[in-house]
Design a protein around this ligand. Sequence first.
Ligand code: PLP
Length: 402
Amino acid sequence: MKGQMPNTTIYFDNAATTRVSDSVLNAMLPYFKEEYGNPSSIYSLGKSSAIAVEQARKKAADALGCEEKEIYFTSCGSESDNWAILGTAKMMAAKGKKHIITSVFEHHAVLHTLAVLEKEGFEVTYLPVYSNGIVRVEDVKAAIRPDTALVTIMYANNEIGTIQPIPEIGAICKEQGVIFHTDAVQAVGNVHINVKEQNIDMLSLSGHKIHAQKGCGILYINKKYRIPNFLNGGAQERGRRAGTENVPAIVGLGVALEEAAAGIDAKNAKLKKFSGQIIDSVMKIDRVHLNGDREKRLAGNLNFSFEGVEGESLLLQLDLHGIAASSGSACTSGSLDPSHVLLSIGLPHEVAHGSLRISMSEYTTQQEVDTLLEVLPKIIEKLRDMSPLWEHIIKGETFKIG
Ligand SMILES: *Cc1c(COP(=O)(O)O)cnc(C)c1O
C-alpha cells in the first residue's frame, strides 16, 4: 500500500512548495501515456500536444493580462529570473547601460544572478526595505540613472510575505524609460496581477508554488523587448528558449494559473481569517515579533520571531507533532548566518535565529490552524525552559529591534 497512505502532515510550508491539485494532475495525465507526441511533429499525435501547449499559453496570458506571444515556458522560477536579468543585462550593456536596481531581500535566484553580473562589471544598487519589509517608491525613483538598464523588485517576499508597491514602481520605470522585471513567484494566485495595467515589462512565476508540478515556470516578456535567447537550439518558445516542451507540466501550469487567478478573493478571505487567528494567538506569547508589515502582506504568509528560541529546534519539535513549517535560520544554507531577509528588516542575529514562517494555501483547514495554535505555545515554553539564553533575556538583557 506504500504511496497510498493518506498524507497526515499538517502542512504550513506552502511558500516552499505546494501539493499538486487534483484538477492539475488530471489535466496532465493524458499527456504522459496517450498524448505523448512531440509538439514539433506534424502528425496528429504531435499536433494535439502542440494545441495543448498553446491552450496553456492562452490560460497563462489571460491570468497575467498579456498576449500569448509574451508568455515563455521555462523550467522553473529561478530560470525565469536568470533569463530576465541576464538577458536584459546583455541587451542593455550593448547600449552602454550597466546599472541595475534591486532590493536587498530578493530571492537568491535574483541576488546570485546579480552577483555574477557585478563580477562582469555591472553596478547594482540594493535598495533597503526598512523595518516593515517594503521598498519605497521614492527610493526607486532616486536610484534611477541615465545608465540604468533594469529595475528588478520582487512582488511579494517569500520569507515574510510583504507585498511591494509594484504598480507604482512600474509607473516610475515606465516614466523613466527603464525596463522593469518582477519576481512574482509568491504573488501569483494571491494578488491580482495585470502586467499591462501595472506597467510590468517582465514577470517570473513558478508552477510548484501554485499547485502545479515542480520544474516548470513562466517568464512573461513585454513584446517590445527582444532580450537574447536563453537556450539555443530548436524553434520552441518562438526560438528563444529551446528544448522540447515539457507538455504535461505546461498543461498543468495552465490549469493551475487559471484556477489561481479565479480563486484569489475566496482564498484570501479564508486565509485572512486564519492569519488573524494565528496572529492574535501567537502575539500573546511573551517576547514575540511579527516580521513585516501587518497589513501589506500575503494573507497566507506569516513570519514570527521568538526571542530565546532556536529556529531549527522549533521546526524539529513541530515536526514531532506532524507540523511542517520553515524557519529563516541557517539550516538550509549550512552557514551560521540567519536569513538575509530577516537581517534586512533590522532583526538582530539572535532574534532572526528564532524565526518561524507559517505559509498556508487553499487546502489549509481550521482544524490544522487549531492544532498549530494548541501545540506552538507549549513548544515555545519548553524550548525556553531548556535555553540558557532565555534566562538572560528575561533578566532584562534584551535585544533591540529596530
Ligand atoms: C520559490 C521561489 C523562486 C524559485 O522558484 P523555483 O521554481 O523553485 O526555481 C524564486 N523566487 C521566489 C520569490 C520564490 O519564492
